[in-house]
Design a protein around this ligand. Sequence first.
Ligand SMILES: [Zn+2]
Length: 98
Amino acid sequence: MDHKISVTVQIDMDGKNIRIITAGCLTRFSQSALLPLIRRARKLTPGARVTLDATPARHVEALGLDLLRDAIDDEVSHGNGPPVQFVVPAHLPGLLHG
Ligand SMILES: [Zn+2]
């Protein structure tokens, strides 16, 4: 089973809304690849609103989301960039995929 993550970043024309769209697998392992990208997006424009959209993902691991949230919360609590809004599927898609 291959747990690959695929990421698309959408930025609107004034750079105020940044959407990080995650497809494939968001797991405890792949979230570490996502973090530097989220970090960069959060610093792109002062006052930008950053959204992580994991609804197209076919596999989302709760632990992966928790690790990501904790890492971002830690940076936010140190005044290091804006918070990130998470949009995730109501029921996390599981690991039964090829
Ligand atoms: Zn997977």
